[in-house]
Design a protein around this ligand. Structure first.
Ligand code: GLA
Length: 741
């Protein structure tokens, strides 16, 4: 056991633990009774803290009601929401967790069965605090891992039952922190299907306020992410605390401003989908981890820390830092009306116009119960012989034989001499089954069900019970067969309903562990495949799945204006490189809005996976002629989206001129791209200057834009005076590249 690392220090006399990086300190201590007391979370602290004198003095509350606690257990007079609640055989849920010891671990141990951040000893250090309840002999190990480069602290709990009777974990919040008295605001990403990730901000008032998912998945309704800020925090200024749960199941985020003014933040699995039994003499449970990031530079600073941390230390995909091919997906072009002829025409035209990847969406499978609409076939992952009489392998061979004609990115847009072949992607929804399927006929016992209750269908389908290892194995085998059967480079993994009737409240978590086993196995077996998550759009856009898959379909809503809100919101915590964004037909199928092709494409450039979701053959000829240029533009922007630092110069929920800027991650800030939009025309009004961020003030940058003369300005001028873009009309946009001279 050591008591020093550069980031973790322990004062043995006062039992004070400090996790410190250049931008954050997190400090707590064990008091003489063994209670863990929280001292500070925020900007760095360089000496011991001034004593906390004064404070509340009367009323019903005990000592525990009045102090900031690090792991509030239940039943001993705290009267605020507990972080941990465990039911004993006798029925009581009282817990008295007392400090026992600590351990410092260089690096970061894995969390068994769960996706989590990772890093070498030079990236991260871990402090584990051991607490025990002397009555029930339940131990809790609270693990804090600090990533100093990102001012991030990942926390999780391991609960061990050393007693001789079974107990049930009813609640176990991964993160819990009591913030000091003062004014706070909270921000969340909420919405619904096709309206994901709207930024919702509200003041924290006395009492509890929060949000949750009880869908069994992370959901469109509320993303597993919360921000707490001081009231005047903006994109660029102010104290900002993010809490991001690395989990894909039901979750709960609660903020409680207690009667004496302290504000408690709780983030973790939803208690209604937990109830985890621990066997006597050693049964244990590990919670998912929650990553807290502190930024003194507002929401933008916080987002960039999450983006870099998650790209470098959460996502395991080889694709995480690779530019993604422009793709064409047939869903909005054909819906279920697909076959090998019409798909080949869509793919062929894509390849002629420079698109490198064709993705075949829903509708290609089912023999006895062909998937002609959403009422049949899910579960039967065999190609439909009527629609593909030559078989899947033959169709893939045909598409992967198409030559991709490219414009290169030279000034004169001359045709690139090197040709590549089109890649092939496939849609699957492996966790689901239609009652009209051979799988359900053979294995009705494989679906989630509560004995005696009717099975509620949603989108005519049922959820397979991935807590069963036979179900996990079936999915692994089927996907392995498909991927071995043809040259498939990309998988879109969909999931289109929530969980209803459950055999027991613990099944959703057992399901998640099963799902993570399936994904771990398949992504290890097929590491070169580009996997994309999807759940009716962004219904499972969460850090748990980002561990396995480098991108997710951001929303079923492809309307460019709505997409600005969805993409800017999602970017609060998720790297833009993880967002799928496509150009679709107009009038838009979801909203009926008509926006220009150029604007739609410029909005889609903000996502790491740029693509088209329409039949290019059906575009007017003059628009088809624009496609090679737009693909070439996407190939130029994409590397900056994949690895660059995002600056949200303006957000659509705050401005008519939302603007995103990506700056190359090198020290010299040698290149950047500005994606500037104007949503609506405003008569008789100056467009505000677009003040850039993140550049070297001393450097000179050359600005380059299609159809414009190159101009030069210093970084300081661009950041202090800003660009004057004078966009006119509705749905206007500009893409401007910067290169350091
Ligand atoms: C979901 C997805 C869509 C599409 C359909 C297919 O809604 O989000 O992109 O794949 O399923 O059924």
């Amino acid at each position: 056991m050591s008591n020093q690392t550069p980031c973790i220090t322990v004062n043995e006399t006062t039992k004070t633990f400090s996790l410190t990086s250049p931008g954050v300190s997190y400090i707590f201590h064990a008091d003489p009774s063994g209670e863990l007391i929280h001292d500070h979370f925020g900007p760095p602290i360089t000496s011991h803290l001034p004593p906390d004198i004064g404070g509340p003095d009367g009323g019903w509350g005990s000592y525990l009601t009045r102090v900031p606690r690090e792991l509030p257990d239940s039943g001993r007079g705290d009267f605020r929401l507990p972080a941990i609640r465990i039911r004993k055989r006798t029925g009581n849920t009282v817990l008295r967790l007392e400090y026992v010891s600590y351990e410092i671990i260089p690096g970061k141990p894995k969390l068994p069965g769960l996706p989590a951040t990772f890093g070498e000893e030079s990236d991260v250090s871990t402090l584990v605090i051991h607490l025990t309840d002397p009555v029930s002999l339940i131990s809790v190990y609270v693990s804090y891992s600090i990533f100093p480069r990102y001012d991030a602290i990942a926390r999780s709990l391991r609960i061990v039952n050393n007693g001789d009777e079974e107990v049930v974990v009813e609640q176990a919040a991964s993160f819990c922190v009591d913030m000091p008295s003062g004014e706070w605001e909270m921000l969340q990403l909420s919405g619904d299907w096709a309206r994901e990730a709207r930024v919702v901000k509200r003041p924290v008032v006395l009492g509890t306020q929060g949000f949750q998912s009880l869908t069994g998945y992370s959901s469109h309704l509320h993303n597993p992410f919360l921000v707490l800020t001081s009231p005047r925090t903006t994109e660029t200024h102010g104290q900002t605390y993010g809490f991001s749960l690395i989990y894909s199941g039901s979750h709960s985020f609660q903020v409680e401003k207690g009667s004496v003014g302290l504000t408690r933040v709780l983030a973790g699995m939803h208690p209604d989908h937990l109830s985890w039994p621990l066997s006597p003499k050693g049964g244990e449970f590990t919670t998912p981890e929650c990553v807290a990031v502190f930024s003194a530079e507002g929401l933008g600073g916080m987002s960039r820390k999450y983006h870099s941390l998650y790209r470098g230390h959460l996502c395991k995909s080889r694709w995480v830092d690779r530019p993604r091919p422009a793709l064409i997906n047939n869903w909005e072009a054909t819906y279920f009306d697909m076959n090998q002829q019409n798909l080949a025409l869509i793919a062929k035209r894509g390849s002629e116009l420079g698109v490198g990847l064709f993705v075949m969406d829903d509708g290609w499978f089912g023999v006895k119960h062909p998937r002609l609409s959403d009422n049949a076939g899910l579960g039967d992952w065999v190609v439909n012989p009527e629609r593909f009489p030559d078989g899947l392998g033959d169709f893939v061979t045909r598409v992967t034989g198409f030559e991709v004609k490219k414009l290169d990115n030279k000034e004169d847009n001359t045709e690139d001499k090197t040709t590549t072949k089109m890649k092939f992607g496939i849609w699957v929804e492996p966790e689901m089954v239609n009652p009209a399927s051979e799988l359900f006929e053979t294995h009705p016992e494989w679906v989630l069900q509560a004995e005696g209750y009717p099975l509620t269908e949603a989108r005519n389908q049922l959820v397979l019970d991935l807590s069963q290892s036979a179900v996990q194995d079936y999915i692994i085998d089927k996907l392995t067969d498909i991927l071995n059967s043809a040259d498939i480079s990309y998988v879109k993994w969909d999931n289109n309903r929530g969980m209803h009737e459950l055999p027991s409240p613990s099944v959703p978590h057992a399901y998640m562990l099963g799902l993570y086993r399936v994904l771990g196995t398949l992504t290890t077996r097929f590491p070169e495949v580009l996997w994309e998550g999807c759940a009716s759009g962004g219904g499972r856009f969460d850090p748990g799945l980002y561990h396995y898959w480098a991108q997710s379909w951001t929303s079923d809503n492809t309307d460019a204006i709505d997409r600005l809100f969805i993409q800017f919101g999602t970017s609060l915590v998720y790297p833009p490189s993880s967002m799928g964004a496509h150009v679709s037909a107009v009038p838009n199928h979801q909203t009926g809005r008509t926006t220009p092709l150029e604007f739609r494409a410029h909005v889609a450039l903000m996502g790491g996976s740029f693509g088209f979701e329409l039949d290019l053959n059906k575009l007017p000829e003059e628009e088809q002629a624009q496609i090679p240029r737009l693909v070439a533009l996407s190939e130029k922007v994409n590397p900056l989206v994949i690895t660059g630092d995002l600056y949200r110069l303006e957000r659509p929920d705050e401005s008519n001129w939302p603007t995103a800027m990506f700056v190359s991650p090198d020290k010299a800030k040698s290149s950047a791209v500005v994606l500037a939009y104007r949503m609506q025309s405003i008569i008789n009004w100056h467009s505000p200057p677009v003040r850039l961020q993140g550049l070297d003030p001393e450097a000179t940058y050359e600005l380059e834009e299609e159809g414009q003369e190159a101009v030069e300005y210093t970084g300081r001028t661009l950041m202090n005076a800003g660009l004057r873009l004078a966009l006119k009309g509705d749905y206007q946009s500009r893409v401007i590249f910067l290169r350091r001279k």
